[in-house]
Design a protein. Structure first.
Length: 363
């Protein structure tokens, strides 16, 4: 671990200790508890050091007045997660990178794993604030959007949940027999409250998605839309049913909707029918909901492009061969410094940070 890494970790550890001292003097207020949750969510390193302080301090008070937020319960939930066990990986990962004869992909995997403490991070995401939207009349459209790097959540008037990713915009309009959502840019995730007499439809560029009581994700891409189902099932079809002359729906227009179920994904290109659904890991495909991006043997150029959806300084891969390098791991969108540490760990890679961008080249 470099001296710079040690200084960063020391500052984070000091801040984690300050939270415990503040809580020891008096129970945290609701505002303080919310601030603590925001600080923990800002970086996996914050979570790791927070847990480290908790492990040393044997007699800790609750983090807040809500017993669901106690340190003991945080630790128990994190450690009981068999799929994503919480471990202190930072120092061991960097030591292995420094001393061990690892292959390039092994080095990449270790650093990427060290960049996230997934188990507790996923649980903390569920504590994010959700804005409740007031009901509107049938003729009033409601607009929601996010800026670059911003994510927002809304509980809609019908009790459905809308999660917006970075640089996204939607329009919501309710009518007696239909709930219509138009995604005009970016990506949105929907947790739909099923209403048998009122369909929930999402229009996203060339795709129309009809919910059948489920949780699904829709992402607009240049010339296409990508639909991923997390729970339940949806029906996907082209968003417009027009003839070649554009004169409206034809009587003989075939019913060609495609059913997509949990852990499946389908792409709809402009002017074409939906493709065949493919099997995916829906949790990995929607890692943005936990402020993460997850990749499994994906080209570094694609990883950098995904990161650029969130960071203020774009990452530029200057060597074509380097852009094709396959990497795997889970990265926090809130902590670009950890991703840069990952890039610097790759053999033959140079990272240059300028005032306007980050250049990644070969040495």
């Amino acid at each position: 671990m470099t001296s710079e890494d040690e200084q960063v970790r020391a500052r984070v550890a000091e801040k984690a200790s300050e939270w415990f001292v503040a809580n020891d003097e008096a129970p945290l207020s609701l505002q303080q508890s919310a601030a603590l949750v925001a600080w923990l969510r800002a970086s996996p390193l914050h979570v790791e050091e927070f847990l480290g302080v908790a492990a040393v301090a044997r007699d800790l008070h609750a983090v807040g007045t809500d017993p669901e937020c106690s340190v003991d319960l945080l630790l128990a939930r994190a450690q009981a997660d068999e799929q994503h066990p919480v471990q202190s990986l930072g120092s061991r990962a960097f030591a292995a990178l420094r001393d061990g004869p690892l292959l390039r992909w092994q080095r990449a995997m270790i650093v990427a794993t060290a960049a996230g403490v997934a188990g507790l991070g996923l649980w903390l995401w569920n504590l994010k604030p959700t804005e409740r939207v007031a009901a509107s009349d049938e003729t009033t459209a409601q607009h929601f959007q996010t800026r670059h790097g911003e994510q927002r959540s809304y509980r809609l008037a019908d009790n459905s949940l809308l999660h917006l990713n970075t640089d996204s915009a939607v329009t919501v309009r309710y009518a007696p027999h239909e709930r219509l959502i138009v995604l005009s840019s970016g990506e949105a995730d929907f947790e739909v409250n099923h209403e048998p007499k009122r369909a929930f439809r999402v229009l996203a560029g060339p795709a129309a998605v009809v919910d059948v009581g489920t949780k699904f994700d829709v992402r607009l891409q240049p010339g296409s839309a990508l639909v991923t189902v997390i729970e339940g099932r949806v029906a996907v079809e082209p968003s417009t049913k027009t003839g070649k002359d554009g004169a409206g729906a034809r009587p003989d227009y075939p019913a060609r909707s495609v059913e997509v179920v949990a852990n499946q994904q389908v792409s709809v290109a402009e002017g074409e029918w939906p493709g065949r659904p493919i099997t995916v890991d829906a949790e990995r495909a929607t890692a943005w909901l936990h402020r993460q991006i997850a990749f499994d043997h994906e080209p570094l150029g694609r990883v950098a492009a995904e990161f650029n959806r969130y960071v203020t300084k774009p990452i530029e891969i200057t060597a074509p061969g380097l852009a094709e390098l396959e990497v795997s791991g889970v990265f926090s969108t809130d902590d670009p410094e950890e991703f840069l540490a990952f890039l610097r760990s790759l053999e033959g890679v140079r990272v240059e940070v300028t005032p306007t961008r980050i250049r990644v080249s070969q040495k």
